[in-house]
Design a protein around this ligand. Sequence first.
Ligand code: HPA
Length: 237
Amino acid sequence: MSTPHNSANLGEVAKTVLMPGDPLRAKFIADTYLTDVKLINRVRNMFGYTGKYKGKEVSVMGGGMGMPSVGIYSYELFKFYGVENIIRIGTAGSYIPELNVFDLVLAKDAYSESSYAIDMANYTEDIQKPSESLNNVIIETAKDLNFNLHVGTIHSSDVFYHLPESKYMDGVKKHNCSCVEMESFALFANARATGKRASCILTISDSLVSHQETTAEEREKLMNNMMLLGLEAAIKL
Ligand code: HPA
């Protein structure tokens, strides 16, 4: 069995999937952390792999940028491949001075002005929620690893390049969002629609307050803590 966007066969995807946006990051995780690795999807180069971490099966697959993209890949994994948990691992821009580059964030929930949830399932709320039980596993795992984890409301934006006349900050302020990314609201809506679990761990890659930025090389490195946190949480599920 396959879908229009995924050539994996039924049974080739683990019940827990780590989902970075970048398919090459999925490859990096598979190459660096997993054993017994099998490439399970290469449609559109949205690479997916299944392998073992500390002896336990886990999959890692790219989800692309933005809600339409992550919406397709995560829905198909939940609905057609029997996936139970998706942990998004991504980068975000900080909205608050307390959050600096390299800091780790766990989404308590995701605010968005996106029409994804209402369009998909008539979910009218502008906040979509991750799984509380999955979040708790991630929080416990971060404690075990001695990683600082900021837990807060995030903004899932449809727009990367806002112009000065945009009013997008009104919603961000209303919901006290601590940082911005572009996918979690759709991922959480999909988990809700399919009765599955999703969470999102983010690393701050740039600050919209201090205008601090990271280089591609630094980002590569700073993703390591987040990958480790995702993998260590995944094998507890
Ligand atoms: N905006 C949206 N998404 C992002 C950003 C940003 O500044 N940084 C990382 N992901």
